[in-house]
Ligand binder design. Structure first.
Ligand code: IP8
Length: 271
């Protein structure tokens, strides 16, 4: 049943929006098309985007995901620079929506989440839920995260999605969509092991038995196929369906938001 408290979480992968091999490079056409499709879909959405060439090169340079290490020169400055670089990227996206008179609100994951012994926690997501009530689309993005033990690391867009699934209270997430650079999950073809086949539908309890094809970058360069699967398994525990779609195909983001048929991977929930 649809209610006005239903929302979709949409992640635009960093490697979809940027050229990960060139620091600070944006794929302008992809961004423009994604923004247009989201606006035209006219749905209640929380948008999350990855780091791409704005987050990963800096995070790597200063080993931020490994936490505080006094032997790394200027590491603390690197934390601030990584955060600011992501802000710049996010501002670019925010401006595209505002130019089209579409109300959006940038929300920094580093301000609302904190880590405590590896667990990501938040005091409240009231700001996000109130923005949704006002028909403002919240936009979050991969960021640095501080931890209560006096260190820091990276919070990825996928981890933000999990934290939202866990902590949103007023809103019901009807699905999570990952827009990536590939069509979804691939398995090795039973009849010809040289070939691989797109998994178009799969129940969450079947995920472990899939003979996934190792297509390297086919799924998502951020964490590879294993990380993505781990995230999907955890999202499925909240009884939320997941869709993996190719964000490079014109109209796919719009169709996914409108629940229209597309060639992609659908992870269904076992009742
Ligand atoms: O691209 C990473 O987010 P992701 C964010 O969703 C940073 O993994 C700052 C590297």
């Amino acid at each position: 049943m649809n209610s006005n408290k239903d929302i979709i979480l949409l992640k635009l992968g960093g490697s979809l929006l940027t050229d990960k091999n060139k620091p600070f490079s944006i794929r302008e056409d992809v961004v423009k098309s994604a923004v247009r499709q989201i606006i035209e879909a006219n749905k209640k959405i929380i948008l999350i985007h990855g780091g791409g060439s704005f987050g990963h090169p800096l995070a790597k340079k200063y080993s931020i995901s490994k936490g505080l290490d006094k032997s790394i020169p200027n590491q603390i400055l690197g934390v601030a620079e990584t955060h600011q670089s992501m802000n710049k990227f996010n501002t670019y996206l925010i401006n595209h929506f505002l130019e089209k008179n579409y109300p959006v609100l940038s929300i920094q994951a580093s301000s609302i989440f904190i880590k405590d012994s590896e667990a990501i926690s938040t005091k409240s997501l009231d700001v996000i839920e109130t923005a949704l009530d006002l028909d403002i689309m919240p936009i979050l993005y991969g960021d640095i995260i501080l931890d209560k033990q006096g260190s820091f690391s990276i919070i990825s867009g996928d981890q933000i999605i999990l934290a939202l699934c866990e902590n949103l209270s007023e809103y019901n997430i009807s699905k999570v969509v990952f827009a990536m650079e590939s069509d979804g999950l691939y398995v090795i073809d039973k009849d010809n092991s040289e070939n691989c086949k797109l998994v178009t539908e799969c129940y969450s309890n079947e995920l472990d038995s899939l003979k996934l094809a190792d297509l390297g970058q086919k799924i998502d360069v951020t964490g590879g196929i294993k990380n993505k699967l781990n995230v999907i398994r955890k999202i499925s525990k909240f009884k939320i369906p997941v869709q993996l779609i190719n964000g490079l195909f014109e109209g796919y983001i719009h169709k996914s938001l409108k629940n229209q048929n597309i060639n992609c991977t659908n992870i269904l929930i076992n009742e």
